[in-house]
Design a binder for this molecule. Sequence first.
Ligand code: SDX
Length: 430
Amino acid sequence: MADKKPAILSVDGKEIELPVLTPTAGPDCVDIRKLYGQGDVFTYDPGFTSTAACDSAITYIDGDKGELWYRGYPIEQLAQDSHYLEVCYLLLYGELPNKDQLADFETRVTRHTMVHEQMNNFFRGFRRDAHPMATMVGVVGAMSAFYHDSTDINDPWQREVAAIRLIAKVPTIAAMAYKYSIGQPFVYPRNDLDYASNFLHMCFAVPAEEYKVNPAIARAMDRIFTLHADHEQNASTSTVRLAGSSGANPFACIAAGIACLWGPAHGGANQAALEMLKEIGTVDRIPEYIARAKDKNDSFKLMGFGHRVYKNFDPRAKVMKQSADEVLELLGIHNNPTLQVAKELERIALEDEYFIEKKLYPNVDFYSGIILSAIGFPTSMFTPIFALSRTVGWISQWKEMLSDPQSKIGRPRQLYVGETKRDYVPVSDR
Ligand code: SDX
């Protein structure tokens, strides 16, 4: 990164020179690493609204233009022309694979889709009505109890094996979490199926009859995986990086990412968005909910709307909206009331002063639930599907951080607003 003219910060009359780093795209960064040492002050940015926590070459987002690139390739092109395992290769290694590289990568992932047979026992410990995200956090974390030969984070080969194992096994675990929640037997992965078809088969096949994957549905599923694969330094990726910075093993780090993604302000929004659309129910009730979303005294937010970075359309939402139309058409679901409410809600919101002024647009979670519901998933499986899609992004960012010689444990400071020093008072005197 070429440096620009330094920034000058004046603190208590003392001028501190801070280098300005120039990225290949996006805003310049004022390098404040020496600020505390030189100026005896911290910066204050609780939600990291103006803070770059790392440098990365994986994903770039322009929130104003509504652009998203994976390793420089626009998401629209990848969603249209690529497929998820090729995108996984791109995110992990930085370049699109040639034919042989792609075939080898797909074989390696396919050969790792089974989990250790004893892992099945973990599921028995959960209630059947446990949320599948709770099961996934537990079972993915427990992978570190089985795959000891890929937990040494200082060994590049073990990092590579852990990455392949996680990309390959998290869908199997997600499918097992689903099967367990509906009381059906687990379905083993099949090496003759592509990644998305295999996931659909593990979720929807039953021993009593053959399950034929619909190739068009598998294509839509694969596209959903691609759209969710990575997204720069979002909350769950930052969680994975922070966990990884302590030297925690890759399975523990990804389990931490799954836990963070679960929140309704983050990956849990796809479940919350569909539940909100169903609660609204009909187009005539939309104004009531728009009013609630604008009411400062009402904690209600339009789920699937707004974004920390996108102050324009989320490019993934555009692709997802088009895919929703295609999938519902394919399944012969016409005039789906939930999709009607979603489209009308989007139209009304985008004309409303409040949403225009706050630059609130539909995000990736607004339409995804409609597709997943039409395919046959319950809302509780929406975030597990987000988690399995994002595993490659998490592990790519984790690998990038560990291969950076500058990487050190993440340890933010604070603005202390508590009591000044005081002496202990025995309970007899209180
Ligand atoms: C994801 O970071 C990522 O990249 C995440 C993600 C990824 O791929 O990893 O893109 C995936 O998490 C998408 C976001 C899914 N979440 C939701 O759809 C939940 C609803 N959205 C909001 O909770 C909110 O928009 C956030 C959390 C997404 C963003 O919050 P910010 O950036 O902290 O913004 P904010 O909450 O400060 O909102 C700014 C203003 C506020 O009003 P004021 O205090 O300025 O008066 O906009 C309002 C908010 O009240 N606002 C909303 C709103 N979102 C923000 N008002 C109504 N409905 C909403 N959805």
